[in-house]
Design a protein around this ligand. Sequence first.
Ligand code: 5GP
Ligand code: MG
Ligand code: MG
Length: 178
Amino acid sequence: MLNDIQEVLYSEEQIREKVKELGEQLTKDFEGRNPLVICILKGAFIFMSDLVKEIKVPLEIDFMAVSSYGQSTQSSGVVKIIKDLDVSVEGRDVLIVEDIIDSGLTLSYLIDVLEHRNATSVTVVTLFDKPARRTVDLQPHYKGYTLPDEFVVGYGLDYAEKYRNLPFIGILKPEVYS
Ligand code: 5GP
Ligand code: MG
Ligand code: MG
């Protein structure tokens, strides 16, 4: 598994520090509120579980699974809800937790859906951002690291469902997927 990695971009240690910082900021900004924190499966599952431990306000969590990629490394542009939320977002301050924003298609679709369901506010936190690849106008409110235009895996992110369990984020060798 480690043989398939070309380069480690951020170590487990660095990610832990960054997640802590994001949690501190979110704690301040959500003080006095009771956000519904939504994990976008599967990629954000590790980030979500580390992040909520650092957000020191009362909160609730829920999960949503969407698909747009399949086995490919590029967004198909078609977003499908595979698993919907268990609870209503009406009147809630929603915090969407994403692993990475690439084209932005997945998130802009989700934000639309949640706003139509009358969430009071929709805030986005992503651990990673690849702004160079954006095809829609979308800026996350909070982000961890800006990444180069490379396909990355680890810390929850997969290629063909593999590598999610790597504790760091790294670039996959192109020969693995080409
Ligand atoms: P977008 O709709 O912004 O193009 O892509 C959103 C989703 O595609 C992300 O939440 C993530 O699950 C997946 N994705 C985007 N870029 C990468 C990447 O570099 N590596 C991996 N493993 N998944 C990615
Ligand atoms: Mg994702
Ligand atoms: Mg994936």
